[in-house]
Ligand binder design. Structure first.
Ligand code: VG1
Ligand code: CO
Length: 541
């Protein structure tokens, strides 16, 4: 079958951000928009002739049609095979696993992750490389460069193919292989965790609730938690994936998963609760009467990983994104592991994981993962917690209290100011950046600045460099603030302010009160309220 060449023009702004290209769905649906970007991916990676690719998405609105476009374009450019989940659905960690397991050359994930979905919401396309992880900056830069010179794309004139049926079909000379999206992933989980101990825990009356937020993890959670582990039917709620996530915001945090969060502070609370995001790579962890910050969750899992069969041999090292709290560093120091701090975005963990320098990594944004795949993994984190709970027989609150008693407590919160005027947000960051050289030693509200920097990172494995990855201000007594602009938003700018304080012997339980001096110091240095007119953040996690 002859490929058809369609003339096109470069489209401005097709620049991948923290995690792929994210835009309004309507923009992605404009004629040629998706096609241009997909052709730029092919061009940016040196073509797809003879290659094997994985394709899947979180099932949001336009996932189905985008998948058909990409299949035709892969076939037209000579790809040998595309492996996709039924209905073109794969969670992000399942896609990562499939790329690795099948030795594929790469993959495309259709998702805007935690961003809402629907015709008026967001869509996204992300390219992952052969290790299963998000393309590193050099590759996304090549893709972006390709968008800027694009003059045509190749496609086929064929009808849509049936992606509901498992098995192989031909599209031109290319094989389309439709697989069960859940099975291989669920099998992988069984190799990492003590399913027997978790089954026994659930048999003993331990109650669990998992909120799939009408997003992609529903079928995964039903299979693993209810079918394989025996959690009571109905333990997984909002389990049916919907193209608009039930009009919700599939972002597992105390704000967007509020019903679940609030339930955990009532007498009806189950023992353990968790939620995941649109594409299944994020997790929120809660116990009865306690919300575990993602940074603390990472630290706890690092400290207890040896209780899980897949990690019984110990950890090689840990990594966190720079804005993530230093709680995990404290565990690493006590255990003698190397601790790495990378820029925000999972793509920066890939080289460390590939080189065997780290086993566990995480981000404050509800992302935790390990070397089992090259993406963060929501259900994996839930299972690791369940494994730890099952083996120790302790409650979430108990485990955290013991953790803080041993390592001290790293108080942490992120304040997001959303849809801020882009000019105002950029000026705020630029002015603060310009002031950095004079900040050390200066008083900011009640705190004294110890050091201040514009975070830059040199990858220890491949030597690649990433500049301007957020402003990091350290204060006396281990307090810290980080400011950066989001790279996943689709409206104006989102200013993220990350606040941290440390107490060796933790007092009280009011995170925002403990962090108030750090927040005041940030206000004194950056003038967020004055510049943006916002007195309060839109989202506090
Ligand atoms: C956010 C988070 C970052 C995460 C990224 C993708 O990026 O802060 O930690 O890696 O989302 O997560 P930003 O640039 O908006 O701060 V997901 O689950 O949306 O793929
Ligand atoms: Co996600």
């Amino acid at each position: 079958m002859q490929p058809v060449t369609i003339s096109t023009q470069p489209i401005a702004g097709q620049k991948p951000g923290t995690s792929g290209l994210r835009k309004k769905t309507a923009q992605f649906m404009e004629p040629g928009y998706l096609e241009n970007f997909v052709q730029a991916i092919w061009n940016g990676i040196g073509g797809v002739a003879g290659k094997v690719l994985v394709l899947g998405g979180d099932g949001r609105y336009f996932n189905d049609r985008a998948a058909q476009v990409i299949l035709r374009m892969a076939a037209a450019s000579g790809a040998a095979r595309v492996i996709t989940g039924a209905g073109a659905i794969l969670s992000t960690p399942a896609a990562s696993n499939l790329i690795r397991q099948r030795g594929a050359d790469g993959g495309i994930i259709l998702s805007a992750s935690h961003n809402p979905g629907g015709p008026d919401a967001d869509f996204g396309v992300k390219y992952n490389i052969a290790n299963g992880g998000p393309a590193p900056e050099a590759v996304t830069a090549a893709i972006h460069a390709a968008t800027e010179t694009l003059r045509h794309y190749l496609t086929l004139e064929t009808p849509d193919i049936d992606l509901a049926r498992l098995g192989e079909t031909r599209l031109g000379d290319m094989v389309v292989e439709v697989v069960d999206p859940v099975a291989a992933y669920a099998d992988l989980m069984e190799t990492l965790f003590d399913f027997k101990a978790m089954r026994a825990l659930l048999d003993s009356g331990f109650q669990l609730r998992f909120d799939a937020m009408h997003a992609v993890t529903g079928p995964y959670a039903i299979e693993i938690l209810e079918r394989r582990l025996g959690a009571a039917p109905g333990s997984v709620i909002n389990a049916r994936p919907l193209p608009d996530f039930g009009q919700g915001h599939p972002d597992p945090n105390p704000v967007w998963a509020k019903p679940l969060h609030d339930l955990m502070f009532t007498p009806q609370a189950p023992d353990f609760a968790a939620a995941s995001d649109g594409d299944g790579d994020r997790n929120m962890i809660m116990g009865r009467g306690i919300y575990v910050t993602p940074s603390d969750s990472l630290a706890l899992l690092a400290a207890q990983a040896h209780l899980c069969p897949g990690y019984a041999g110990g950890l090689k090292g840990v990594a966190r994104s720079m804005p993530t709290s230093q709680a995990v560093d404290r565990v690493a120091q006590a255990r003698g592991w190397a601790a790495h701090a990378t820029p925000t975005g999972w793509k920066f963990f890939g080289t460390l994981l590939d080189a065997g320098l780290v086993t566990l990594c995480g981000e404050e944004s509800f992302g935790t993962g390990s070397d089992h795949v090259r993406e963060k993994d929501g259900l994996w984190a839930v299972l690791m917690w369940l494994n730890v709970l099952a083996v120790t027989g302790r409650s979430v609150a108990d485990l955290m209290a013991a953790h803080w008693a041993e390592f001290g407590r790293t108080w942490y919160s992120r304040h997001d100011y959303e849809a801020v005027d882009a000019g105002v947000a950029t000026a705020l960051m630029e002015d603060l950046r310009a002031a950095l050289p004079g900040l050390a030693g200066r008083q900011a509200a009640t705190l004294r600045v110890e050091s201040a920097e514009d975070f830059a990172y040199t990858d220890p494995v491949d030597g690649s460099r990433a500049e301007s990855q957020g402003i990091q201000i350290r204060f006396d007594e281990g307090a810290r603030a980080v400011l950066r602009l989001s790279g996943t938003g689709t409206e104006g700018a989102t200013l993220r302010v990350y606040l941290e304080a440390f107490e060796q012997t933790p007092q009280g339980d009011d995170t925002q009160a403990v962090l108030a001096p750090v927040r005041a110091a940030v206000e004194a240095l950056a003038g967020i309220t004055v510049r943006t007119g916002r007195k309060e953040p839109d989202v506090i996690t």
